[in-house]
Each structure stands twice: as structure tokens, then as C-alpha cells.
Design a protein around this ligand. Structure first.
Ligand SMILES: [Mn+2]
Length: 418
């Protein structure tokens, strides 16, 4: 049987459960997911020579890393050609593209330094999300930026944040799509601090100063991302979960951003999504795969990934949750890492959308937990693979069993020649 015949049979099985798979496929095609440029070059960027700092780390030295804007864009294009679904571009400020020997430090960045990214996004019909880069810079060498006790250092980073708001607005105006601007710093202390409140008050005031830059709230969507700890900042993180959530809750228009690698290992973001949906009109996610810590492994089609997608879909929150991938693995082919992660999240969304959510909720509300358990288990073996294959086909991308050959060919012809 070919894909279409298998899909026709699967479609009937889902229809009996009240799920219209044609409608699901048509809808998922239009849902943007933000694709992070930083998987392509191990979070290095183009504006500095130094190492990656800020308590995050890439491990591995797989050959073929992109080292120029042209290479990074070429690699993203290759990766995107193997991903079904709608993409939005996610860029960090350290990916500024300087031409003809010019340079601008982070506090002096301008829209023109990102014109090449705008061109790239517009040609591919993508919106752009943006991130100020509060790491990998000499002014971040103390492990503190927006929370630094030295006002000069704080002001440098506040100016960086303001510059990024202006750039975010430029992205939104150019692409016609609102820009989510995420504020995350690795600010914290390696060992037991003597003052836990002071840095947080400074951090709060610094973010407020950044957000005092005038901008159109329909175009720029600022958010704050929390974190439990980073490498070298084990004892204390300024932007903890409580800090970031409280900041977003008390600052109109500022969203909370949850990165599922930024919590204690037994916490799950899937449970936090509906908790925040009860209070916030909009929220943002970084989707990653933590192993024992914020290791930023490639996103897989695993239980927690599926559960996060379910919480967005069954709460009808696709227009309230901004979804972005955030991981980086330098130990494997970087194109493949991009593709596996994006396809996994697409699979998780597709599976959540083909789940008979209304029926399951009814069983829960009626207290019918026996049938609920049986149904939830049996859904797992529905012919989901045939729906996925049809979705890939309709999106014009290669099916599961064959795309890796394409990446291997690209590795041989392009990556290994760098
Ligand atoms: Mn993140």
C-alpha cells in the first residue's frame, strides 16, 4: 500500500473517534514554530572571538560547523527543507552580521546589522523572534550582567536590551509578524551569596529600564525566561522561576517563558503550562530535552514532549503559546540535530491534535477513570505513523525513513569540505 491508501484507512479509524485528520493536517501546516539559528554553530555567533559563557555549554566537535552567515543560512535552508510545517526564525543578538569591516558592540546594535536576516526570513515567508545576548562578552565575565552591582556594567546591558527592542520592532515591521523578544541572563553566583535580594532588585529594575524603551506592544512581545542554575552559577540564579513569573505577572504585556530544561529534574513544564494559562493571556516556551541538567539535548518524540504538546492543544491554546526550539548538540551532524528536533515537536503537535481530547475530558469529568485509562493507553497504538507520513507528503518533505540519506549527502558534499 502506498501512503495515500494507508492514510485513507487510518483516517477512518480516527474518524470513528471523532477526529478529522484532514482538518488537523490543514491546521498544523499553518502553526509557526520558532527555529533557533544557534544549533548550527554551537551558539557562537558572529560578533566575538571568545568562548561561550553564561553557564551554558555545547559539547562535541562534529565536523562541518557553520562559521559564516552564508554557511549558517545554507545549513538552515538544508535543514528546513526536511521539516514539515511552518517555521519562524529565531535569532540571537550575537548573530549580528557586520559588513565591510564595520563593528558595533552589543549596546550599539542597530536594525541594519540584521538586515541580512530580514532578507533571509522574508524570502522564506518567515517571521522572526529575537534574543538579546547577555553572555559570551567581556562585560559578562563576572557572571553578572543586568544584576551587576556596578552601574556601568548594568547600563551597558540595559542599552543592549533597548537596542534589541528596536531591532525586534524592525523585524516585526519588516516581516508583518510580531516578534517575541526573550530576556534571559545567566546572572548568578557559583557559591553561597551573602545577599540574595539585592541582585534580584537590580535585575528587576534593569528589565524595567529595558522595557521603558518605547515600542508597539502589538509588534514586540517581550518575555522573561527563568532558570534554576547554570555551570559556574550553581548556588544562586538571579532570574529564578519565582522571580521571572512574578515579574511577568506584574508587568503588563510581558510574558513568562518556560524552558523545560530550566527546572529541577523532577519538575515538568507540561503541568506548568495549564497552571499559567489560568492567569496569563499569552506565554512562551523553549522546547528542549534536559538530561540530568539543562543539557540541551535534541528534542525527541518522548513522553514529556508529547505531554507538553497535549497541554497546548487540549486547552485550545495554540494562539496563546509561542513555541520555540532551544537546544544545541555539537556531537552529531548539526543539520540532523535541527531536523530531528523540529520533526519531533511537529509529531508531538500532530499527535495531540489527533487525540480525541473532548471525549477524554468527558470521561475525567464523569469520574470514569477506568475507561479513561484504557482509552489513553489504546490511543497510543493508533496508526499515527500513517497520518504523520501523509502530513510530511502534503508538506512536500521526505518521509521518516529517507531524509537522513539526504543529510549524509549534504555532509559529504558541503560540510566536510569546509
Ligand atoms: Mn532557553
Amino acid at each position: 500500500m502506498n501512503i495515500k491508501e494507508r492514510y485513507a484507512l487510518a483516517k477512518e479509524i480516527y474518524a470513528k473517534l471523532g477526529v478529522d485528520t484532514d482538518a488537523v493536517i490543514a491546521k498544523l501546516k499553518e502553526i509557526p514554530v520558532s527555529l533557533h539559528c544557534w544549533q548550527g554553530d554551537d551558539v557562537i555567533g558572529f560578533d566575538h572571538e571568545g568562548p561561550l559563557t553564561g553557564g551554558i555549554q555545547t559539547t562535541g566537535n562534529y565536523p562541518g560547523k557553520a562559521t559564516t552567515p552564508a554557511q549558517l543560512m545554507q545549513d538552515m535552508d538544508k535543514a528546513m527543507s526536511l521539516m514539515p510545517g511552518k517555521k519562524k526564525l529565531n535569532v540571537h543578538a550575537c548573530y549580528a552580521i557586520f559588513e565591510n569591516g564595520e563593528f558595533a558592540d552589543r549596546d550599539k546594535l542597530e536594525p541594519k546589522h540584521f538586515a541580512k536576516w530580514v532578507e533571509f526570513a522574508k524570502e522564506r515567508n518567515m517571521g522572526i523572534d529575537f534574543n538579546p545576548t547577555f553572555f559570551s562578552h567581556e562585560m559578562a565575565n563576572d557572571g553578572l550582567t543586568l544584576a551587576h552591582p556596578d552601574e556601568k556594567i548594568r547600563n551597558f546591558w540595559i542599552e543592549h536590551g533597548k537596542a534589541c527592542i528596536r531591532i525586534s520592532e524592525y523585524f516585526a515591521k519588516e516581516t508583518g509578524v510580531p516578534c517575541v523578544m526573550n530576556i534571559w541572563t545567566g546572572d548568578g553566583y557559583k557559591d553561597i551569596p551573602a545577599d540574595r535580594l539585592g541582585p534580584r532588585v537590580r535585575y528587576k529594575e534593569s528589565i524595567e529600564a529595558i522595557l521603558s524603551e518605547p515600542y508597539d506592544k502589538n509588534l514586540v512581545k517581550p518575555c522573561v525566561e527563568s532558570k534554576v542554575f547554570g555551570i559556574g552559577v550553581e548556588a544562586y540564579t538571579v532570574g529564578s522561576a519565582e522571580f521571572s513569573l512574578s515579574f511577568a505577572a506584574t508587568h503588563d504585556g510581558c510574558m513568562p517563558l518556560m524552558d523545560n530544561g530550566h527546572y529541577h529534574p523532577t519538575e515538568v513544564v507540561s503541568d506548568k503550562i495549564p497552571a499559567l494559562l489560568a492567569f496569563f493571556p499569552e506565554l512562551a516556551l523553549h522546547i528542549t530535552r534536559p538530561i540530568r541538567w539543562d543539557s540541551d539535548h535534541v528534542v525527541l518524540f518522548d513522553d514529556e514532549t508529547k505531554e507538553m504538546a497535549k497541554e497546548i492543544i487540549r486547552n485550545d491554546a495554540l494562539d496563546k503559546v509561542y513555541m520555540a526550539l532551544d537546544y544545541f548538540d555539537a556531537s552529531i551532524n548539526r543539520i540532523s540535530a535541527w531536523v530531528v528536533g523540529f520533526r519531533s515537536w511537529q509529531k508531538a503537535l500532530l499527535m495531540a491534535m489527533t487525540t480525541p481530547n473532548a471525549m477524554l475530558k468527558k470521561l475525567q469529568d464523569e469520574g470514569n477513570f477506568t475507561e479513561l485509562m484504557v482509552m489513553q493507553e489504546e490511543i497510543k497504538t493508533l496508526p499515527f505513523g500513517d497520518i504523520w507520513a501523509m502530513y510530511c507528503e502534503e508538506c512536500g518533505v521526505i518521509a521518516d525513513s529517507a531524509w537522513l540519506d539526504d543529510v549524509k549527502k549534504y555532509e559529504e558534499e558541503v560540510l566536510l569540505k569546509r
